[in-house]
Design a protein around this ligand. Structure first.
Ligand code: GCB
Length: 600
């Protein structure tokens, strides 16, 4: 088993990669009989399913299904891989997974949206096909993250109602949402690379730590290479570090998202035995006073909260969707988004690096409620810590990630100002978030960390973080139909929060449900005019306040939710684009305001 690195697998002259995406066998297991019946070697009545894909939109009986389901596929390992170590990497299994190869249980993993890896060299056969079986189970349980509906109800979504019941406001899509790949490495291999960048004068400084797994004594040599720069790596107990200094560096920014390829090699007896290349960006992010700085200059995040959501493919990697979404971000003049409410596909992160998009990168901690019993809170903390470690391991080298976010709208009592937060819940949350904040900074001291707060929620929690991030719906969930009053209440709260914390402040959600094609003047709730005027009012209030470091509209596009009385047709209609990416009136307003360029 690897030491824990989550490097994106790559093909080169030392390593191999085989993507198992495509058609797999699939079977629901409502009676939970698959393990006892040996489904790990063959499914008795399989239907075809694509991987990656959510299962929900494909078969009627799968839509609202909660329970285990099995995926299976036969594969050959290319003969040229013999003598190498072979690993299986699952990009995302939502939610709990167990994996068998050749009928042997090889690993288990809890939590969607993040990859896991297991070495399967010993389990493979070379003279006949191998079988991989993955049991994916998607129960909404209170001790998980995101939690299933618990003793205190269903969080925000509990208030909204909804079927299937969730603590969050999006459809509980499930399945193998990203690629399952096989890859091979030499016996001694590069397991992890951490590149941290700083700026000194006009130099870009790259400090690189490498972890390797050696078949010998854990010592060895290697090299770092970036353009024509080179440094030696000398491993002690599998670890080595070196620093490169790039003179007259071309810094990474949304205006010029320049990437430098960084190559790490291992050597034995002067011969290169393993190599790994990643593209890095030279840039810094920091908070100073009430400003967020990128490369030492104040930066403002214009953009959206998003979802990985599209008809039929559900929450799965959908490259056409991503390419279109990046084109539309450019069209509308946005420079950022938040990965609401879970980590997005690695391909999306690579594109953000390349296209110069700033990402607030969030773990799947949505629907936390600190009125629940302490043992649930403890179980959730353990999972949040695991998800944070996995996310930082996966995404730490992406220049596009400028902020880690450890939770969305944790609850500590009544919602939306209908009562005061509950003191014991606030205390419990303080201990929880102090720990998460500390872990994020320990794992990655180079990026600020935030928590996204709900309207009317406990303000104390924000004090632990580098950036104050808030979701506000004055004019929608409160002050309905009264846009001006809502905007004034919003502006007042901005000033209060600034006086209270003196930190950069971001509005990470603000928006209204908007049925495309429905119009009214004067604006009325649910119409395109109302959305456009609501967003304008919030943007105006923020524009007068230099401590506001970002405005992200909720949402980029309409998205699927559970069924309920407050979500027409099982959709959240707060998108400025429809689910099939057609602009509403607000998209044109934003484009004018944000100086959108290009033709999408
Ligand atoms: C929120 C949540 C988001 C919901 C949104 C809404 O505050 O963070 O997940 O979808 O409100 O539309 O109510």
């Amino acid at each position: 088993t690897p030491a824990g690195g989550l490097l994106l697998p790559q093909q080169n002259q030392h390593r191999n990669l085989l993507d198992l995406s495509g058609l797999w066998h699939f079977q629901l297991d409502p009676g939970e009989e698959g393990e006892a019946q040996g489904w790990s070697t063959a499914l008795p009545a399989p239907r075809p399913i694509p991987v990656p894909c959510s299962w929900n939109d494909l078969y009627d009986d799968a839509r609202d299904y909660l329970g285990p389901a099995w995926y299976a596929k036969d594969f050959w390992v290319p003969p040229g891989w013999q003598g190498q170590r072979v690993f299986l990497r699952v990009g995302s299994a939502n939610y709990a997974a167990r994996v068998w190869v050749g009928g042997a249980l090889v690993t288990e993993h809890l939590g969607g949206h993040l990859p896991f890896v297991v070495e399967i060299t010993q389990e493979l056969t070379w003279d006949r096909p191998n079988t991989v079986a993955i049991r994916v189970e998607n129960l909404q349980l209170p001790g998980r993250v995101p939690p299933g509906p618990g003793p205190s109800g269903g969080g925000v979504a509990g208030v909204l109602g909804g079927y299937p019941a969730t603590t969050y406001d999006f459809f509980p899509y499930a399945g193998l949402h990203r690629a399952v790949v096989l890859y091979s490495t030499p016996a001694g291999y590069i397991d992890d690379v951490t590149a941290r960048t700083s700026i000194e004068g006009t130099d870009g400084v790259v400090h690189v730590r490498v972890k390797s797994v050696w078949h010998g004594a854990g010592q060895g040599q290697g090299k770092l290479r970036l353009a024509d720069l080179e440094a030696d790596l000398s491993f002690q107990n599998g670890e080595a570090a070196a620093t490169l200094r790039v003179p007259a560096a071309r810094l990474w920014s949304p205006q010029d998202p320049h990437l430098y390829p960084l190559t790490v090699t291992l050597e034995e007896d002067g011969r290169v035995t393993d190599a790994y290349t990643l593209d890095i960006g030279l840039r810094t992010v920091e908070v100073r006073g009430d400003q967020l700085l990128l490369n030492g200059e104040p930066v403002f995040l214009k953009g959206f909260g998003k979802h990985e959501d599209f008809p039929l493919s559900g929450r799965a990697l959908n490259l056409p969707m991503w390419i279109r979404d990046y084109a539309l971000l450019r069209w509308v003049g946005a420079n950022s988004y938040r990965t609401t409410h879970y980590p997005y596909a690695e391909e999306a992160m690579l594109l953000a690096d390349r296209l110069g998009v700033l990402v607030i990168n969030e773990i799947p901690a949505v629907g936390l409620n600190f009125e629940d019993p302490q043992e649930l809170t403890d179980a959730r903390l353990a999972q949040c810590l695991q998800q944070l470690r996995e996310l930082i391991a996966r995404d730490k080298n992406h220049p596009s990630t400028v902020l880690w976010c450890v939770a969305n709208e944790p609850m500590g009592g009544p919602l939306l100002g209908t009562g005061d937060p509950v003191p014991a819940a606030v205390e419990s949350g303080l201990a929880f978030f102090r720990e998460l904040y500390g872990e994020a900074r320990r794992l990655d001291p180079t990026r600020p960390v935030t928590l996204v707060g709900v309207q009317g929620g406990p303000l104390e929690w924000h004090g632990l973080f580098d950036v104050v991030a808030i979701n506000r719906y004055y004019g929608w969930y409160t002050h309905g139909g009264r846009l001006e009053e809502g905007a004034r209440a919003f502006a007042r709260e901005l000033d209060e929060l600034h006086a209270m914390f003196g930190k950069p402040l971001m509005v990470t959600e603000f928006g209204t449900d908007t049925l495309p094609g429905v119009h009214a003047t004067p604006p009325e709730m649910w119409t395109e005019e109302y959305q456009s005027e609501f967003l304008r009012g919030f943007l105006d209030a923020a524009a007068e306040r230099p401590f506001v470091a970002g405005m992200q509209v909720w949402n980029f596009a309409d998205f699927k939710t559970g069924q309920g009385t407050s979500r027409a047709a099982g959709m959240n209609f707060k998108g400025v684009f429809t689910r099939d990416r057609r602009p509403k009136l607000a998209a044109h307003m934003l484009r004018e305001r944000w100086g959108g360029k290009g033709d999408g």
